[in-house]
Design a protein. Structure first.
Length: 313
C-alpha cells in the first residue's frame, strides 16, 4: 500500500520503512513493534483507496506521528532511543499503550488485522496491561469503541470522513480517560512533576480535539502538528521558557489546563462542545481553538464567531 511521498522527508520515514514485520506475537514494549502495528492498521484500512490512493487521508496517521514524537523526545523511557525498549513505568508509554495495543485489539475484533497474542510486560509495573491475554476491565470499553471504529471503516464508513473521525475520537477519549484515572492513582516517580502535569494537561487538551473531531490525517498533521509540542522533557519552568515560541505558547496552555479546577474545566469543555455542534464550526476549528486559548485583538472576529456558534439554537 502506498504512502504519501512527503513521508520520505520526515523522521517517521525511517521506522515506516525499516520496522520489522510483526511475527507471531505483538510485543508492545518495543517501539518498533508498536510502529509496525500502526503501519499494518493504516495499510489494512485502505483496501479500496477510500483514504486516497496513497492513504494520506487515513486518520490513524496522527497516532503514529504522536508515538514518533514520544520516542524522539525520550518520553518512553531512559533507554528507548538506545535499544527500542519501552519502560512499562513510563507514563507516556502507558498512555500510548492504550492508543496502540487497544486499537490493535479492536482492529483484530473487527477482522482488520490478525488476532496476534500480546506479550506481557517484561517487569512488574505501576500500570495495568494486558497480561496472560486478559484485557484489564477498565480498558475493555476502549477495545469495543476501537472495534466499532474499524468496523465502520471496513464497511465503507470512510466515504464521509467526519463520522469516521468522530468514531476514532470517541475511542481515543475512552482510552485516555483510563490514563487520566491511572495517573491520579499511581506514584509517577522518577518522572518530573512538570512533565507528568504536561501529560495530564495534554489529556485534557485532547478532550477539546475530540469535541471538534480534529483531523489527524497525514496532510493535516504535517501542516499543523509537527512544531507544537516540546522536543525536550519538562523538568523545570525554565524548560518551558526555553522552548520555541509556538511550542512554548502551546505548552503553557496545556499546563494551565492541567491545574485548572475540575468544575471550571468541565464548564469550559461543555461550552466548547456546544460551539462545535455543527460542521460549519468544526470546519473552522483552528482559528476558533486559537481564539479560546489565545485571545488577542487579532482574533476578535473569531471570538465573535465563537459566541454566535455558542448561542445558536
Amino acid at each position: 500500500m502506498a504512502h504519501p511521498e512527503e513521508l520520505a522527508t520526515l523522521d517517521l520515514h525511517s521506522v515506516w520503512t525499516t520496522a520489522e514485520d510483526l511475527g507471531a506475537v505483538l510485543d508492545p514494549f518495543r517501539f518498533e513493534q508498536r510502529m509496525a502495528a500502526y503501519r499494518l492498521m493504516i495499510q489494512n484500512t485502505n483496501p479500496a483507496d477510500a483514504f486516497g490512493a496513497d492513504n494520506r487521508h487515513n486518520p490513524l496517521w496522527g497516532l503514529m506521528f504522536q508515538h514518533q514524537w514520544q520516542f524522539r523526545t525520550g518520553r518512553l523511557g531512559a533507554d528507548t532511543q538506545r535499544d527500542g525498549r519501552i519502560d512499562p513505568d513510563s507514563p507516556w508509554g502507558y498512555g500510548n499503550y492504550t492508543l496502540s495495543v487497544i486499537p490493535w485489539l479492536g482492529a483484530a475484533a473487527a477482522g482488520v488485522v490478525p488476532a496476534l497474542p500480546v506479550a506481557d510486560p517484561p517487569t512488574r509495573s505501576r500500570f495495568r496491561y494486558v497480561t496472560g491475554g486478559v484485557v484489564p476491565e477498565e480498558l475493555a470499553a476502549g477495545v469495543a469503541d476501537w472495534s466499532a471504529y474499524f468496523t465502520l471503516v471496513r464497511e465503507g464508513g470512510a466515504a464521509d470522513p467526519e463520522p469516521a473521525r468522530m468514531a476514532l475520537w470517541k475511542a481515543h477519549k475512552t482510552c485516555l480517560d483510563v490514563v487520566v484515572g491511572a495517573l491520579a492513582d499511581v506514584d509517577t516517580t522518577p518522572w518530573p512533576d512538570q512533565e507528568v502535569a504536561f501529560l495530564r494537561g495534554w489529556c485534557r487538551m485532547v478532550d477539546y480535539l475530540w469535541a471538534a473531531a480534529w483531523p489527524t490525517d497525514f496532510a493535516f498533521m504535517t501542516a499543523h502538528g509537527l512544531d507544537v509540542l516540546p522536543e525536550t522533557l519538562l523538568a523545570a519552568p525554565e524548560d518551558v521558557r526555553a522552548l520555541p515560541g509556538k511550542a512554548r505558547g502551546n505548552v503553557a496552555n496545556i499546563l494551565r489546563l492541567a491545574t485548572m479546577p475540575k468544575w471550571r474545566y468541565d464548564l469550559n469543555l461543555w461550552l466548547w462542545k456546544r460551539v462545535m455542534r455543527t460542521r460549519e464550526a468544526r470546519a473552522r476549528v483552528l482559528p476558533l481553538l486559537d481564539a479560546v486559548f489565545n485571545p488577542r485583538p487579532e482574533n476578535a472576529a473569531e471570538r465573535r464567531r465563537l459566541l454566535g456558534h455558542l448561542l445558536r439554537p
